[in-house]
Structure formats: C-alpha cells, structure tokens
Design a protein around this ligand. Structure first.
Ligand SMILES: [Zn+2]
Ligand SMILES: [Zn+2]
Length: 276
C-alpha cells in the first residue's frame, strides 16, 4: 500500500491510496481538473480509481467529488448524514456506498475502518487502512480535540497522517476575526500543534515508519514550528525505534508516495525531510 497526499490544507485536501493494481481517493477537495492534474503528476490515471471515500462535507474535502464521480463513473463511500449535508455540492452521484461508523469496509484489497471525530460537520470520520499484508496506516485530520476513540484507533500504526493545523499563539495573535478564531480552536474545530504532538507521542510505537503532518494552516502556522513540535514528541520517547521519517504536507504540491519501508533512517535520529 502506497499513500500520497495530493494536497493538504484549508483550500483543498485529497489523499491517494494505491495497492496492487487498484487505487482510490480519500476526499477530493480540489477541483476535479486539479485532482486529475495532480494524479497525473504522480503517474496515476483517474480511470484506475475504484472510487472516492468522503470523510465530511466541508468544501475543502468535497469540491471535486461530484465532478470526478460523474466523469469517471466512480462510486462514493460516505455516511448518510454526510451525503445529505453535502448533496447540493455533490450533485447527482452515479453510485453511493453507505459507510457506517466503526464498521470496516473493503476497497480493492484494503480494509478501511471509519471512526468518529469531533468536528463541525454532519458526521465526520477519520480512517485506519490495512493492507492484506497487515500494513496499517491512520488518517486523522479536521478534529477539534483528541478523544479516547481517536487515541485508541491510532495505536500501533506503520504510517500516520495527522492534523497539525495551527500554532495556538499565532492563531490568537493573528488577523482572523474573533468568531473564526473561536471556531478553529473550539472542540469542533481543528487540532493545534501541541495537541497533535501530544497525541503523536502517545500513539507512536517502534512500528511507526513515517508521519505526515497535514492540514497545516497557511495563516496560523508554519513548517518550522510543526517540525519542532512533532520532532520533540518523537524524540522524547524512549520506546521509539532508531528513527521514523517526518514530513509536512502542503497545499501547493503532492507529497511523495509513502509505503512500507519508508523509514529513511540515520541511527538514533529522527530523519526529517522537508518538502519544498
Ligand atoms: Zn478540512
Ligand atoms: Zn472540515
């Protein structure tokens, strides 16, 4: 199983998952045309896709879902509340497959397990993905705080895509109106760096090979702070392996494909690869 974030942040999110001969997207929050261009840049054709999983109906996750689904005849996996809340944006879909929280489902040879996350959408979810070989990846962005369920679901992973949305002091001192600041930092908003790093420290195990810090705010965060926070969370762990690689996803371009063995290590250190 290989995974790439085609884009990440409040202007659009899309994740490509590829395994064996099959591939699918989790969210498509860029225009259909832009998703297609970014897939092309990593040599994936949309005609190879088996479908799109939609985690929630916010624009930065849903924008391209309807156009791509219609153009390529793709099924969309999501729960009923998200389908209903997103219906105006989605338009008519060729095929909807219902997702039920905490009930695993299969796309190609990947098992996906959705879990509820606290966020101001109809019924948002994070995911764990498991290949037939047992390679295990977690995806959790767009969450206001860390619940026991999230903590439990993200244990023992090989790869983790985790929201590092904002630096709290930058958000509070920044230019956004107070109501927006309250929304972002609220229980149904987005995860700040400290909370994300705290969670990372709790769930990291010797099996963890890579971490992608995702959904970073362009206004209220920067890559240096994210790297510092994430690194200190991992470096503080006695149980950590010799290394794990740490990456920060951006809005501007896709990440490389991450998969088994992508632990680019120097013994005893955390290898940090900063993209662009
Ligand atoms: Zn989002
Ligand atoms: Zn959202």
């Amino acid at each position: 199983m290989d995974i790439a974030l085609l884009a990440s942040g409040s202007s659009g999110n899309a994740v490509l998952v590829r395994s064996g001969g099959s591939a699918f997207l989790v969210d498509a929050g860029l225009s259909g045309r832009e998703v297609t261009a970014r897939l092309d840049s990593i040599d994936v054709s949309p005609s190879e896709l088996l479908g799109i999983v939609l985690t929630h109906e916010h624009t930065d996750h849903i924008r391209g879902v309807g156009p791509l689904a219609r153009r390529f005849g793709l099924p969309v996996w999501t729960n009923r509340a998200t389908l209903e809340a997103g219906s105006a944006t989605l338009g008519k879909l060729p095929h909807w497959v219902e997702v039920t929280m905490s009930v695993p489902f299969e796309i190609g040879d990947i098992w996906l397990e959705p879990f509820s996350i606290p966020h101001d959408a109809a019924d948002p979810f994070g995911l764990t993905l498991k290949s037939t070989q047992g390679y295990h990846v977690g995806l959790a962005t767009d969450m206001g705080f860390v619940t026991q369920l999230v903590r439990a679901r993200l244990q023992g992973l090989n790869g983790l895509i985790l929201e590092f949305n904002h630096d709290l002091p930058m958000l509070l001192d920044g230019p956004y109106p107070w109501s927006i600041k309250q929304r972002i930092r609220g229980k149904l908003g987005h995860l700040n760096n400290k909370d994300a790093a705290g969670l990372l420290g709790e769930v990291a195990s010797p099996d963890l090979e890579w971490v992608i810090c995702a959904h970073m705010s362009q206004q209220n965060n920067n890559k240096e702070i994210v790297v510092t926070e994430a690194k200190s969370a991992l470096n503080g762990l006695l149980s950590m392996p010799s290394s794990a690689s740490l990456h920060v996803a951006t809005q501007a371009e896709p990440t490389p494909l991450f998969g088994q063995g992508d632990r680019r290590n120097l013994p005893g250190t955390l290898e940090v690869e900063e993209l662009n």
